[in-house]
Design a protein around this ligand. Structure first.
Ligand SMILES: [Zn+2]
Length: 255
């Protein structure tokens, strides 16, 4: 090959790198791959994309370890969950159930609409250092855009008919299923005793946005060992490790 030909090939290769590289980069930031193991694991989330910076720079992150050294809270928490048809989504990170509009919680009279709930295994929040086998997150949003998430711990025990209805429609691969002819009511998730831990934190998944009001219920609900095993066969280990509390105060309320 002539020298000039080699020079031309090198030029073309170089030019194409320059042209292609920014495109690769920008398409990466559109759908950044994150997960719970390997290079995309929680400790690297903050480095995967500039959009995920809060995951490493945020000072009010979730989940956290909950303990009794807390201030007491007088905030009222009321649930109004209605029957709804539902859609089950396996989003590649969790099993999520989308809820129709019209169900909500009220915190001190302020209304937060229930959007969806999903599950983590093991639990993301810990109580005095201990994790539960699972945790459900009921995600709510107020009209002014404030997020409030209610966490419910699940432990091994009695068979749970509500969970059975969900698990019967679980997708083992990424995708969604609109469930027809069946309605559910998410009021089956929170326990009778609504005593809670409250603190201000973040989404527990990228982009780790802060300003989320967390209400983690103290009393766990029960599911059978078979039901737990079924969930774990689809998702296990989709829990972010606990984050530093920093200057935050955990409030508690007993009902
Ligand atoms: Zn969650």
């Amino acid at each position: 090959m002539k020298n000039s030909t080699i020079r031309f090939i090198i030029f073309v290769l170089f030019a194409s790198c320059v042209v292609i590289a920014p495109q690769v980069q920008s398409s990466n930031t559109h759908s950044v791959n994150w997960g719970y193991s390997g290079d995309a694991s929680p400790k690297n989330w903050g480095n995967l994309s500039p959009k995920f910076e809060t995951c490493k720079l945020g000072k009010e992150q979730s989940p956290i370890n909950l303990n009794d050294k807390s201030a007491s809270s007088a905030k009222s928490l009321e649930f109004t969950y209605k029957n709804t048809p539902f859609k089950v989504i396996n989003n590649g990170h969790a099993i999520e159930v989308d809820y129709k509009a019209g169900s909500y919680i009220e915190i001190e009279g302020k209304r937060y609409e229930l959007l969806q709930f999903h599950f983590h295994s093991p639990s993301e929040h810990r109580v005095k250092g201990e994790a539960y086998p699972m945790e459900a997150h009921l995600v709510h949003k107020s009209q002014d855009g404030q997020l409030a998430v209610v966490g419910v711990f699940l432990k091994e025990g009695q068979y749970n008919p509500f969970i059975e209805t969900l698990w019967a429609n679980i997708l083992t691969h990424k995708g969604e299923r609109i469930v027809r002819g069946v309605t559910i009511n998410a009021s089956a998730l929170p326990p009778q005793d609504k005593s809670y831990y409250h603190y201000t934190g973040s989404l527990t998944t990228p982009p780790c946005t802060e300003g989320v009001e967390w209400y983690v219920l103290k009393q766990p609900i029960e599911i059978s060992s078979q039901q737990l095993a079924k969930f774990k066969s689809v998702y296990s280990g989709n829990a972010r490790p606990v984050q530093p509390l920093n200057q935050r105060v955990i409030e508690t309320k007993e009902f």
